[in-house]
Design a protein around this ligand. Structure first.
Ligand code: UGY
Ligand code: MN
Length: 256
């Protein structure tokens, strides 16, 4: 017998907001399909960006059911960053276990083993970023960083704020992860273009995001990849604060 399926929410087919352009991409969360990986038994990965898209990093939403986690240590040839959005995750970084609750995060340099397991009874969700470390002359290797957004360095700028999860001007690091915040109606002060690229995940609220010459409406869960130099600006819309988690490659010269 045919089982009736519920109607999809209005707009997700005919008015779908997903886009791929030469230097950016917009992926609403509900359209990103599942991947299963041998080193994440029982878990689901929803990839948001990989080098196939044009990005020089990989980013995915990891969905970790209770009792699940990584099979062992993840690939230590690359750097890892994990930001917990839901549930509790135990991250074992170089042999030391850390319990991460929502807003908690860890950065793990190359060469340091990282394994993960759901430490609670409910499903856990975390954003997982990976990047190959780019050495620079005279620059030391980075150290692991464990933190929580509530205790991270925070800059206030009128109706805008920035939470610097991995510190400022930290030269060993070749990428930053920041939370950018805007009160309703606030906007970034210019149309920016820069050599860095971004992976952006909407954590809360709504906005209009300019990418090249196009405006896109974004809300919670949406992912945006911005390639180098793509003109970008944001206006916070909606009635509540707008916040997004932002990957940015920094502190390294261009490769010629
Ligand atoms: O740090 C940044 O480049 C930031 N202002 N970009 C952005 O929010 N799209
Ligand atoms: Mn930017």
């Amino acid at each position: 017998m045919r089982v009736p399926t519920p109607n999809p929410p209005p707009g997700i087919i005919g008015q779908d907001r997903s886009r791929i352009a030469p230097s950016y991409a917009v992926f609403p969360a509900e359209g990103i399909m599942d991947s299963l990986l041998p080193d994440w038994p029982g878990c689901i990965l929803r990839f948001q960006a990989t080098p196939h898209l044009g990005a020089r990093f990989a980013q995915a939403l990891a969905i970790i059911p209770a009792g699940c986690g990584t099979a062992g240590a993840l690939d230590a040839r690359v750097q890892h960053f994990l930001y917990v959005q839901q549930g509790e995750v135990e991250a074992t970084v170089g042999g030391a276990a850390h319990r991460l609750v929502p807003g908690g995060y860890c950065y793990v340099p190359e060469g340091v083993p990282l394994s993960l397991r759901n430490a609670g009874e409910a499903e856990a969700r975390a954003l997982w970023v990976r990047k190959r470390w780019q050495p620079a002359p005279g620059v030391a290797k980075p150290e692991p960083i464990i933190g929580h957004r509530d205790t991270a360095e925070r800059e206030e700028n009128g109706p805008r704020w920035r939470v610097l999860l991995l510190g400022t001007r930290n030269m060993p690091m070749d990428f930053e992860m920041n939370i950018m915040g805007y009160a309703p109606g606030a906007h970034f002060w210019c149309v920016e273009t820069h050599v860095m690229e971004h992976g952006m995940v909407m954590l809360q609220g709504q906005c209009l995001q300019m990418l090249n010459r196009d405006w896109h409406e974004l809300w919670e869960g949406d992912f945006v990849w911005m390639g180098p130099f793509v003109p970008q600006q944001i206006y916070a819309t909606g009635s509540g604060d707008c916040e997004y988690l932002l990957y940015k490659d920094v502190n390294r010269d261009v490769e010629l």
